[in-house]
Every structure is written in structure tokens, then in C-alpha cells.
Design a protein around this ligand. Structure first.
Ligand code: SF4
Length: 278
């Protein structure tokens, strides 16, 4: 495996500070590009969002493929998503506390090698959040059909190919379509209220590209705080919010790697090695 000289220098510097760094795979051509060099390169919302929060973090994580230590909030989010997906993917599965407990145990068992980063209190807290969520879910399913779960989307934005997954698409009794994203954050926020909250707006654009029409609503479902925040969608909102993403996208393509220290450094995977952290 051979690395570019500047990459090798960076790795040597970092390794003298923190010891061995795990590198997933040598990528000789880096800009936005993904795994297979024969494939059309694709960006994702999480990569663009990572760049918007700090170009240096994006560079380390997605271009140099450096891996930070396991992140507890990320692991919690993945486990909660997995339980919700498994419980709702098969409409015949009954939704109640017993089926939740069984599914939860199953998901924990299948991730047993990653559980050491979670304390017992974390696991108990997740079960409480999910018990509250399932009560809302039972009520919701009386009037709403779930039409898509973990729906893969490939689309174009700003002349760049993107890929992503919509957690869930719902259609209510009036035929209105809502794109839903499950969150495990501690605080509620509104989809589209800032560039970092533009994920579902970008997915509206994707939905419209794929299905020829915008969805009617988008919603963040905050499982931890048992709250759903929904906004109605129209073309003006989508165009306005998407235009805020074009500048960062262009900077990403041009190879900006400047650091952007701020409050977000507290949960950055690279804070232990970053000389610019706040
Ligand atoms: S610690 Fe802060 S400045 Fe450094 S890479 Fe992470 S987010 Fe950027």
C-alpha cells in the first residue's frame, strides 16, 4: 500500500502524538469520491454535513479515511434505528412492549462486540425511549401507512451525484406523503431551520427527482425526547434551503480543508489529535 507523501507526513506526525492510526483503505484520488474508483463518485448528506461543520474533519474522516474512537452517540443512534426498522419492516409484527423488548434484545445480541462502550444506564434509557416511541407508533399506524423503510435514493444536486437513505416514508388517510428521519439527539430542531438541518430538504429534492413531485411534509422524529417536529413543504422552501447548500458544496469540490473550530469540537472524533480544537 503506498500513500501520497503529504498523507504519509500527516500520519507520521499524528502517530507520534497518539500512537497507531487505523486507515481503512488507501485512496489515491480523493476529492468527494467513494469506495470504487470505477463507480460514479457519490456524495452523501452526512459527508456534506460533516464538511459544513468543519472542512478539516471532513478531510480526515472522508478523504484520508482516518478513524476516530468509537462514538457512543453514534452507536446509540444506530441501535435505536435498527430496532425501529426491524419492528416496522414487517406489518404483521405486533407492536407492543413485549415485541419491543424481544427486538431490542435481539439487536443488542447482534451488536454484542460493540456494547462495551455503552453503560447499563444507556441501555435502560434506550428501552424507555423506545417504549414511549412505540405508544406513539401504535396510534400513528391507525391512520397512516408506512410506504417505504430505509429507502435508498440516488440523485443529483449541484451537478454532483448523491446517495442516501430515507428512514421512512408515510402516507396518511388524506394521501399526504411525509418523509421521516429518526433522531436520538437531546434537543428538538426543525427540518430546514439551518444548513445543518437541511437533510430532509435535500431528500425532498431527491424525492421530486425520482417521483416527479415533492412530498407534502417532512418530519424529524426525536425518539429520545418523544417528540415529532413536522413542517409542510413547498417549492419555495426547498429552493431557498437548497441554495444555502450550494456554497459549501462548491468549497468541498474545490478541496477546502480549513479547520472550523467551534462548539462542535466537543463531539468531533478527532478532537484528541486536532491542534485547532476549541
Ligand atoms: S476538533 Fe474541531 S477544528 Fe478540529 S477537526 Fe474536529 S471539528 Fe474541526
Amino acid at each position: 500500500m503506498s500513500f501520497k507523501p503529504e498523507m504519509k507526513n500527516l500520519l507520521n506526525t499524528i502517530e507520534t502524538l497518539v500512537g497507531g492510526i487505523s486507515l481503512l483503505e488507501s485512496e489515491k484520488n480523493y476529492p468527494i469520491q467513494d469506495e470504487d474508483q470505477n463507480e460514479v463518485p457519490k456524495l452523501s448528506w452526512s459527508k456534506l454535513n460533516s464538511f459544513m461543520s468543519c472542512p478539516l474533519k471532513y478531510h480526515w474522516a472522508h478523504e484520508l479515511k482516518l478513524k476516530g474512537p468509537p462514538s457512543k452517540p453514534l452507536k446509540v443512534g444506530i441501535l435505536v434505528h435498527e430496532v425501529i426498522e426491524n419492528l416496522t419492516r414487517h406489518p404483521s409484527k405486533s407492536l407492543n412492549n413485549e415485541s419491543l423488548r424481544k427486538e431490542f434484545e435481539q439487536v443488542l445480541l447482534s451488536n454484542v462486540n460493540q456494547l462495551p462502550i455503552l453503560a447499563n444506564e444507556d441501555i435502560e434509557a434506550m428501552l424507555i425511549w423506545l417504549s414511549n416511541w412505540i405508544k406513539r407508533e401504535i396510534e400513528l399506524q391507525q391512520s397512516t401507512e408506512i410506504t417505504h423503510i430505509e429507502e435508498k435514493i440516488d440523485f443529483e444536486f449541484g451537478e454532483v451525484f448523491f446517495t442516501g437513505k430515507i428512514d421512512r416514508v408515510e402516507r396518511d388517510s388524506t394521501g399526504s406523503v411525509t418523509l421521516v428521519d429518526f433522531k436520538t439527539s437531546k434537543k428538538a430542531s426543525k427540518p430546514g431551520s439551518s444548513p445543518s438541518n437541511a437533510q430532509l430538504i435535500l431528500y425532498d429534492h431527491a424525492w421530486s427527482q425520482i417521483h416527479g413531485t415533492l412530498p407534502d411534509y417532512v418530519a424529524y422524529d426525536f425518539v429520545r425526547i418523544n417528540e415529532r417536529v413536522t413542517i409542510e413543504i413547498n417549492p419555495t422552501i426547498v429552493q431557498r434551503e437548497l441554495s444555502n447548500l450550494l456554497g459549501p458544496l462548491s468549497n468541498l469540490i474545490s478541496g477546502d480543508t480549513d479547520s472550523n473550530p467551534g462548539f462542535h469540537c466537543s463531539w468531533c472524533d478527532f478532537k484528541s489529535i486536532c491542534p485547532d480544537k476549541k
